[in-house]
Design a binder for this molecule. Structure first.
Ligand SMILES: [Fe+2]
Ligand SMILES: [Fe+2]
Length: 246
């Protein structure tokens, strides 16, 4: 822990990205991505925001330490999550893009032979770790997918469970157990703007579905794109449910 990203969550799981001003004055929002290293490949979960391209590229190359990136997984087709997809495909000509790749042939026709369509239950084997794609519960766009890494017991949740904590420069690499509880009003504001549907939807039913999924998986980490890495989901879920208006 240095105060700024990157941070190695485990020896084979890197958290990188950067922070930018949030819609609430004085707040910083994370734009995170994650790198999973296996014996037979490596997967990037979200591409990094184009504004952080140089930092993220340096961090990923350093963590790969000469190994090849084999899979790039944009959790959904939105700039902070997928905006560097072409960059990674060009940097690693053997890599493939995995996820719900609908419509990507329209954006990047030159790379369309390298898209691998994934759906709930499909998996990628990296030798000593298996990454399974999961239908999202609290999602943004219809092409959103989550993923589960069985080795680190990490659930990648994209825009969900964004732990917005009072956040100054120097606090970007904290886990939820290392910071004060998140601000409910700011999380509600974020969820209303990033997901939209919580404004119009009773989230109690989906909150119960989240409870069932988390009870079944018991993750060591929830890794989302826009907040602190969650290393204590049991303590945090009441805050996330309140942030969804549940
Ligand atoms: Fe999004
Ligand atoms: Fe997002």
């Amino acid at each position: 822990m240095t105060g700024t990203l990157p941070r190695a969550i485990t020896p084979e799981l890197l958290w990188t990205g950067g922070c930018m001003a949030a819609s609430v004055p004085g707040m910083l929002a994370h734009y995170s991505c994650y790198l999973l290293r296996g014996r037979q490949g490596a997967m990037l979960v979200d591409t990094g925001h184009p504004a952080h391209r140089d930092q993220v590229t340096a961090d990923v190359l350093a963590f790969l330490d000469g190994a090849a990136l084999t899979h790039i997984f944009p959790t959904h087709g939105e700039l902070p999550h997928a905006g560097l997809l072409a960059h990674w495909l060009e940097l690693f000509p053997q890599a493939v893009a995995v996820g719900d790749m609908r419509d990507w042939q329209l954006y990047l026709p030159q790379h369309s032979a390298r898209f691998r369509q994934m759906a709930d239950g499909d998996a990628v084997d990296l030798g000593d770790r298996r990454i399974t794609f999961i239908a999202p519960i609290w999602r943004d766009l219809p092409d959103t997918l989550w993923a589960w890494d069985d080795t680190s017991r990490t659930l990648f949740v994209s825009d969900a469970c964004a732990c917005f904590h009072p956040h100054a420069p120097g606090q970007s690499d904290r886990f939820t157990s290392e910071v004060a509880p998140p601000d409910i009003a700011i999380m509600q504001d974020f969820n209303d703007k990033a997901l939209h549907w919580p404004r119009y939807t009773d989230c109690r039913e989906s909150a119960a579905a989240m409870d069932r999924l988390l009870a079944a998986l018991d993750p060591a980490f929830l890794c989302g794109a826009h907040g602190a890495v969650v290393d204590d989901w049991r303590r945090m879920m009441p805050y996330f449910k309140a942030g969804m208006g549940a």
